[in-house]
Design a protein. Sequence first.
Length: 143
Amino acid sequence: MKIAIITSRFNDAITNALKAGAVERLKEKGIADHQITCVDVPGAIEIPLMAKLLAKQNQYDAIICLGAVIRGETTHYDYVCEQVSFGCQHVMMQFDIPVIFGVLTTENEDQALDRVGGAHGHKGKDAADTALEMIALVQKHDI
């Protein structure tokens, strides 16, 4: 089994925590370092392209996409969230590979921090759990 993790560097205190949680969970579940490929991209909007490039390699059983888009004073937030979620979904459907959307979309930094080990759990770990579950489901129902 091979899993790719794409992480946005923007809001890196949060995204690094997401990635650390995802890697930690995968290792807890028996996935070795050599089965995990981590790729960092500048921002969330670049995640779908990297997901597509990795999916085209046909080497991965799942791709986990991690980022943090925090609302600012402009509508830029809405466009970024929409494009990233659509792009990830498009890659998943085009290449028949689980592309896990672990991109936080929060109103403020405190909400994001609550989702990397705070009051709302750890979404990096949740993304890893989802990837493993989807891999199993795809393998079970592959025609």
